[in-house]
Design a protein around this ligand. Structure first.
Ligand code: GTR
Length: 310
C-alpha cells in the first residue's frame, strides 16, 4: 500500500534517491507523491526507493533515461560530465548566497538548465537546494588552500570537482556517495566536501572531526523524470505533476533550512570542530579555474545570467 490503508494507485511512479529516509529531498518527493495521489483521485502515486537502493546516482540517471525507473533526484555534480548545462551552477563561488542561488534557480538560468535535460531523454521537473559545500577531514582544520596540500579528498564523479580539488593542492579521489563513510574509516581518504546535512546524515562526522567553512559550491539538486514515462501520461496529468513538483520547491526549502540548522547543532554538540577560513584566498585560487571552464558560449551566457542576479 502506498498510503496507509488507501488503495494502491493504478500507476505507481518509481523514484530513486541516494539519501536516507527523512532527508529533505526524499521528503519533498514523497510530498509530491501524496499531492499527486490526491489530485488524480488515487490514480497516480510515487513509490520512493531512498538510501541508494536503486544504485549510484549516475546509474539511476541512466535507469530513468532508459525508462526502467521513472524519477530520480540527483545532485548537479554527478551530472556535470554528461549534462554540460549543470556545470556552471556547480562551479566554485558562482553564487554569492543562498538567496542568490534560489533566485537564479527559480529564474531564467534554472529554467534553461531544466530545459536542456530534454536534449537527453529526460525532463527536469524542478531544482532543489543542496546547501553550501565545505571541506572536512580527519586530520586538521583547513584555513588556507595550502592546508589542503597532500590530503586525499573524496569528490563526486565530476571533472569540475576533481580539477578544483587538484587546483587547491589536494589529491582528489572520486568515489560514489555511499562509499565515503567507509573510505574515511579505512583511511583510503583523509576528507571530503559536502553540505552539513549530508555530513551529518551519513554519520561521516563521527570519523572526520574538522569541518572548515570554505563555502565553495552550492551545486543544487535536480528532480528528473523519464521523457517516455511522461509521454505515456495524459497532458492533464503531466501538467498536474509539473505544478506539484514546482510547488514542492518552497516546501523543500523550509525542510532544508530546518535540517541544515539541526545538523549543524548536532555535529557541534558531538564535538566536531567548525572553523571559518580565509575565504578570499579560496576565491582567488578559484578565479582562474572558473574562468578556464567558461569557454562554451552557452556556459558563458549562463554564467552571465546567474551573475546578473547576484
Ligand atoms: C550531496 C547530494 C547527493 C550526492 C552527494 C555527493 O550533497 O545531495 O545527491 O551527490 O552530495 O557528494 O555525492
Amino acid at each position: 500500500m502506498l498510503l496507509g490503508a488507501a488503495p494502491e494507485p493504478a500507476t505507481v511512479l518509481t523514484a530513486a534517491d541516494a539519501h536516507v529516509d527523512g532527508y529533505p529531498t526524499v521528503q519533498a518527493v514523497r510530498w509530491i507523491g501524496e499531492r499527486l495521489y490526491e489530485a488524480t483521485s488515487g490514480r497516480i502515486g510515487i513509490r520512493m526507493y531512498h538510501s541508494g537502493q536503486l544504485g549510484r546516482e549516475g546509474d539511476t540517471v541512466d535507469l530513468v533515461r532508459h525508462d526502467v525507473i521513472d524519477l530520480t533526484r540527483v545532485n548537479f555534480a554527478p551530472l556535470n560530465n554528461a549534462f554540460p548545462a549543470t556545470r556552471v551552477a556547480a562551479l566554485p563561488f558562482v553564487f554569492d548566497s543562498t538567496e542568490h542561488m534560489r533566485r537564479a534557480m527559480d529564474g531564467a538560468p534554472g529554467r534553461e538548465i531544466l530545459r536542456r535535460f530534454g536534449e537527453r531523454d529526460l525532463v527536469g521537473l524542478c531544482i532543489y537546494d543542496s546547501g553550501i559545500r565545505c571541506f572536512y577531514n580527519v586530520r586538521h582544520a583547513i584555513h588556507e588552500p595550502r592546508d589542503l596540500h597532500g590530503l586525499k579528498v573524496r569528490v563526486p564523479p565530476s571533472d569540475i570537482f576533481i580539477q578544483f580539488c587538484r587546483e587547491l593542492g589536494a589529491n582528489p579521489t572520486p568515489l560514489p556517495f555511499g562509499e565515503v563513510y567507509s573510505a574515511l574509516q579505512t583511511h583510503l581518504i583523509d576528507g571530503a566536501e559536502n553540505n552539513i546535512r549530508s555530513f551529518h546524515s551519513t554519520r561521516q562526522f563521527e570519523v572526520a572531526r574538522f569541518w572548515s567553512e570554505t563555502r565553495h559550491s552550492y551545486s543544487p539538486e535536480a528532480l528528473l523524470i523519464s521523457r517516455q514515462r511522461l509521454e505515456r501520461m495524459s497532458a492533464g496529468d503531466r501538467q498536474v505533476l509539473q505544478d506539484i513538483a514546482t510547488a514542492s520547491v518552497p516546501y523543500m526549502r523550509t525542510l532544508w533550512d530546518e535540517a541544515e540548522a539541526t545538523s549543524r547543532a548536532a555535529v557541534l554538540a558531538d564535538g566536531v570542530q567548525i572553523n571559518t577560513v580565509n575565504e578570499q584566498a579560496f576565491r582567488v585560487a578559484a578565479a582562474p579555474f572558473v574562468h578556464g571552464w567558461l569557454r562554451d558560449p552557452a556556459d558563458v551566457e549562463l554564467h552571465r545570467a546567474i551573475r546578473s542576479l547576484a
